[in-house]
Ligand binder design. Structure first.
Ligand code: SPV
Ligand code: MN
Length: 642
């Protein structure tokens, strides 16, 4: 690395000292030394500016030592943001009743004058937004400590690494970051003074007597992409406050686009195939649509459950997990269906539960496989069966979006390549939405472009409890990352298409749908565990070990192959009639789906590439052609082998 000239270095050091001196009265001598080891003046500038705006009583610099991490844990309990539970290492945190999920309405991009973002993205003029959020942050840390955290997104010292710095007044947020992200202080110290990094300023704002953000109507989460900075205030829900999760992800998407790689809302898993081989898949699913449960399938390994960076390395796609922990949904986790995670959540060790029901030091959540107590403490305070909210609606014992935060290393099925600085080769990518009517449970695309466009860009899903909006409304959710895409959507699609075209070995693209229902009865056509069979089938397809049938929407499995897999994987009899129901191509529903995707992109995305409409149209023509021969609902047995 080039050395700085003496004169330049002296100027930089002077600036460093100037910024640190501004906050000198609020930091200890030790912390002063910790900051002096970092040579990047922008780090000191950001910390000094945050302190000036939010006016904390003091500042705590975390350099990632075991003692400091323990101190953060203790402070989260001492301040009351977390409460200890009976099992050692377990704590519970509550968010307020209006802070139980990502808040789309309060989350906005700050758009400088003259810049254009797709209409579909929530935005505000940068000057106006900055003035608003800064006025809310003004003096927000009065009487509290500002905690400074440094993290490495992706394994440290790798081509994937992006550095992040967060200032927060929430010990819960700082604690969550210890579990979810790799330490970054050392890498900050060892970096050149001009190395870019992402910045987050968060304040929980005014707190009530239970240490819960008390002014949800003043919640703002603003993304200043022109300065790689995020402002978040009057919220504690981790998706809104832990800046390196979905907020920094939005900034990473912009960076990835500029540099020609992919930042994705994807899990990464290792799938075991015949002969002891392991094949890595990435999978994009909207929130609460089966992403973590796929990555957690018993007998396979989990490398990541939420955010992946994928790069072209020697002409193959390699991916890493941006995080090293899980902020996962508790609802439905039970010892029968999810033995690995259930065991980790009921054994001693560090876990933060949020928005569960607590009774006698034990956390309870919906669908945990046992009867829940009739009273206890939940996100509304003391709860009893029959308690109603202000609109007269019954309050559930635990929130549907109750979550756990745990380190991946605590799991028996954690993939050994988690910390590989070169990541793992991604051989398959799956896109899965909540589509009750049209797509079959699993299909393989005809090409990279077909998969990216028809399964990824046109992905349609019904809204879930992971955001504060109404549930069950169908919407287009591009690559399952619509909430996070911070550039014009057409440009995002172009970047994707280009990325694949430059690879010598492209990942195979699959579309999955765990939510297909019978058109008449409305019943789900598959059990949740069936996804394991689809995953094993995809693994075989990557290696071309089984054939497939050429349907208008993609290559679909043959009955005989699935029958063998159902027996092997689930020890289940797979009936021909079930196969036919699940894999019947529903022409009217698929045509309507294409129309909705076209309308969305035509109305909302002015820079959609023509290729998108061409490829969707080809799918339409294949469907119409097939309908001429076989009618509206076509049994898979009508299709020929590829
Ligand atoms: C999601 O909602 O997609 C999550 C949780 O993974 S959050 O951190 O809220 O984004
Ligand atoms: Mn997610």
């Amino acid at each position: 690395m080039p050395m700085m000239s003496g004169a330049r270095s002296r100027v930089k050091n002077k600036m460093v000292n100037e910024y640190i001196s501004k906050i000198r009265s609020k930091i200890s001598k030790d912390d002063y030394l910790k900051l002096s080891r970092i040579k990047n003046p922008k780090v000191h500038q950001f910390i000094a500016e945050c302190a000036e705006l939010c006016n904390p009583r003091d500042i705590f610099i975390c350099s990632d030592t075991a003692d400091e991490l323990e101190y953060i844990r203790r402070m989260a309990i001492e301040t009351g943001e977390e409460k200890p539970l009976a099992i050692p290492g377990h704590t519970v945190h509550f968010d307020g009743p209006y802070d139980q999920g990502r808040d789309r309405r309060a989350t906005k991009y700050l758009v400088p004058k003259g810049d254009n973002l797709s209409k579909a993205l929530n935005q505000i003029d940068r000057d106006e937004g900055l003035a608003e959020v800064k006025s809310l942050l003004k003096n927000s840390m009065n009487g509290r400590t500002m905690i400074v955290r440094f993290v490495s997104l992706g394994p440290p010292r790798s081509i994937f690494t992006i550095l992040g710095l967060q200032c927060t007044d929430s010990w819960y947020v700082a604690h969550s970051e210890s579990i979810l992200f790799r330490p970054g202080y050392e890498e900050f110290c060892n970096s050149e003074p001009d190395r870019p990094f992402l910045k987050v300023l968060h304040s929980a704002g005014k707190l009530d007597e239970n240490m819960v953000s008390a002014e949800p109507d003043k919640k703002r989460i603003y993304i200043d992409y022109s300065e790689d900075t995020i402002y978040s205030v009057n919220t504690q829900y981790a998706g809104n406050s832990v800046g390196f999760k979905k907020l920094a992800f939005r900034l990473a998407i912009r960076k990835a686009n500029q540099e020609g790689w992919l930042a994705e809302h994807m899990m990464i898993m290792g799938v075991h195939g015949p002969g002891g081989r392991k094949t890595y898949f990435a999978g994009a699913f909207p929130s609460a649509c089966g992403k973590t449960s796929t990555a957690m399938l018993p007998g396979e390994t989990i490398l990541g459950d939420d955010i992946a960076y994928i790069r072209n390395v020697n002409s193959v796609a390699r991916g890493v997990n941006v995080e090293c922990g899980i902020f996962g949904i508790l609802k439905g986790i039970n010892p029968k269906d999810d033995p690995v995670i259930y065991k980790a959540l009921t054994s001693p060790g560090e876990v933060i539960f949020s928005n569960v029901l607590v009774k006698d030091g034990k956390p309870y959540w919906l669908g945990m496989g046992c009867e829940l107590p009739k009273d206890g403490i939940n996100y509304t305070g003391y709860w009893w069966e029959g308690k109603k909210d202000e609109h007269g609606n019954p309050i559930p014992p635990a929130h549907k979006n109750a979550r756990y935060t745990i380190s991946l290393k605590r799991l028996e099925n954690c993939d050994p390549e988690l910390e590989n600085p070169m990541g793992v080769e991604i051989r398959g990518i799956m896109y899965g939405g909540r589509d009750s009517k049209a797509y079959v449970p699993v299909q393989q695309s005809f090409s990279w472009e077909h998969g990216i466009i028809c399964y990824g860009a046109a992905l349609e899903t019904e809204t879930t409890f992971a955001t504060l909006d109404k549930e069950g409304v169908p919407e287009i959710n591009m690559m399952s990352a619509q909430d996070f895409i911070s550039i014009p959507l057409g440009q995002n699609l172009r970047n994707y298409l280009e990325f694949g075209r430059k690879l010598k070995r492209q990942p195979i693209i699959f579309g999955v749908n765990y939510f297909l229902r019978d058109l008449e009865t409305g019943e789900y056509l598959n059990a949740p565990e069936d996804k394991h069979v689809w995953v094993k089938w995809m693994e075989l397809r990557v290696h071309r070990d089984v054939g497939a049938l050429r349907a208008p929407t993609g290559l679909i499995p043959k009955y005989d192959d699935l029958k063998v897999l159902f027996r092997k994987v689930l020890d289940k009899e797979y009936k021909k009639e079930d196969y036919i129901k699940q894999f019947t191509i529903r022409v009217p529903e698929n045509l309507a789906k294409i129309k909705r995707a076209e309308n969305f992109y035509r109305d909302k995305v002015s820079d959609t590439p023509d290729e998108f409409f061409q490829i969707l149209n080809q799918q339409r023509e294949r469907l119409i052609e097939a309908r001429k021969k076989f009618g509206d609902y076509i049994s898979p047995e009508k299709f020929e082998e590829e």
